[in-house]
Design a protein around this ligand. Structure first.
Ligand SMILES: Nc1ncnc2c1ncn2[C@@H]1O[C@H](COP(=O)(O)OP(=O)(O)OP(=O)(O)O)[C@@H](O)[C@H]1O
Ligand SMILES: [Mg+2]
Length: 406
């Protein structure tokens, strides 16, 4: 029987890959598509020199590494161009994973992006050429005036940020000048701060599957996702899910998260270019089984049905809608149709119903098993200091038990 091999391209994490591998072993041994049967294999990708024209045994790769690590990034590009391997995510869109392009694109689509300005760096490169160029062509500007125009509070953050690096909240002119003076050679955005908001929502998306979760950024990492099923009205929940799906379809991202704030009834997405987002057991806890199941379902569907890897993007179809006279709601409806077509939502749902009907019960069985408890305890031991082990093992066991009971 033919094999479909799913590769996991990983950093230091053990929790979700071990759970994913355990789940794969418990799934049915054969899948079928196009009158062919195939079996599933899951393997961790290894890094070594490679011949640019080499073939690969991977049909699909879930990548959690290549945004930060450049050897596997170049291997992924080779796999997409030479081997037609299906990739979560498209390595050719990494450039748009800086916040900046994603903001510009979604402003064009008419989403409510907080007012954002791009600032030339405080310090340029230390070269004669740069000094001459800036003396000739850089305009002097008044930062305080720009800040007044946007209005306090403000956020200054790198145009290509991630992991809260260099993010500052600014409440007055003195802080503004200090933060800018300290930004050095970093390219910064100055953004309207959304204060006193109703809800902070973080949506996690894998293919067409989106879950919107309540998020509390003031908590430490393990306490940020809040278990709450009713924090969004059905309309806002739908809007958050559509926007996340549209951003991903637009850029050909299969695995991403979208942060948004709802203030005075308006949904403001402000951080939605997050390559292969954090799905650690210790971050997602109660929602961890959802992430693993969804990752499995989308990977199996894409590998087994030989979903073509789409490297190119088609912004024009979206821009046509964006530039039309339609209202915001009408545009969202049209964008969603494009996104659903891109993710083949009907075919995916049919596949999940027919060939992955046991996925939910198998995941439940896994979460209740000793094998999963071992993964959980090992994860806590490698994440928290020793005196907190017992507390957090019980904490996570409780949350997962709660999930299983529900
Ligand atoms: N415009 C804003 N209004 C209100 N809060 C903001 C705004 N921009 C950033 N923040 C706060 O700062 C945090 C970090 O900002 P942001 O998410 O943009 O940076 P990041 O480096 O991409 O973070 P991560 O990679 O962890 O998601 C947000 O989670 C939010 O709490
Ligand atoms: Mg963020």
């Amino acid at each position: 029987m033919e094999s479909k091999k799913i590769g996991l391209l990983l950093g230091d994490e053990e929790d979700w890959p071990s759970t994913f591998e355990a789940l794969a072993k418990k799934l049915p041994s054969a899948f079928s598509s196009k009158k062919k049967s195939c079996q599933l294999e899951v393997e961790r990708v290894r890094i070594h020199p490679f011949d640019l024209k080499a073939s690969t045994s991977y049909n699909l790769v879930i990548d959690r590494l290549a945004y930060w690590h450049f050897t596997p990034r170049e291997w992924l590009k080779k796999a997409a161009l030479i081997n037609n391997t299906y990739l979560l995510n498209n390595p050719f869109s990494f450039q748009s994973m800086e916040k900046h392009s994603a903001y510009c694109a979604m402003i064009r689509l008419g989403l409510h992006i907080p007012e954002t300005w791009f600032l030339p760096p405080k310090t340029g490169p230390d070269t004669e050429k740069y000094r001459i160029t800036s003396a000739k062509y850089h305009d002097l500007f008044n930062l305080s005036e720009i800040a007044e125009k946007i209005g306090y509070p403000l956020y200054m953050k790198p145009f290509d940020g991630g992991g809260w690096r260099g993010v500052s909240r600014i409440d007055n002119e003195e802080e503004l000048i200090e933060v800018y003076n300290n930004s050095g050679q970093m390219l910064m955005h100055l953004q309207a701060g959304l204060d006193n908001y109703e809800v902070f929502v973080r949506s996690l998306a894998i293919g067409p599957q989106v879950i919107s979760l309540k998020y509390d950024p003031s908590q430490p990492m393990h306490g940020r996702y809040v278990v709450d099923h009713d924090f969004l009205s059905p309309e806002k929940g739908k809007e958050a899910r559509i926007i996340t799906k549209v951003i991903n379809a637009f850029f050909r991202w299969d695995f991403n998260s979208c942060e948004a704030i709802i203030k005075n009834g308006t949904l403001w997405p402000f951080d939605f270019a997050n390559a292969c987002p954090d799905i650690a057991l210790t971050s997602l806890h109660y929602y961890f089984p959802w992430a693993i199941k969804s990752l499995m379902a989308w990977s199996v569907f894409s590998a087994v049905t030989e979903r073509p890897m789409r490297i190119t993007m088609d912004f024009e179809k979206y821009f046509e809608i964006a530039d039309s006279e339609r209202s915001y709601q009408e545009k969202l409806t049209e964008y969603e149709k494009l996104a659903d077509a891109h993710f083949e939502i009907d075919r995916f749902e049919e596949f999940r119903e027919e060939q992955l009907k046991d996925l939910d019960s198998v995941m439940l069985e896994l979460v209740r098993s000793q094998e999963f408890d071992n993964i959980l305890t090992e994860t806590v031991r490698s994440t928290f200091p020793q005196h907190e082990h017992e507390h957090y093992i019980n904490h996570y066991r409780g949350l997962l038990k709660h999930w299983a009971a529900e």
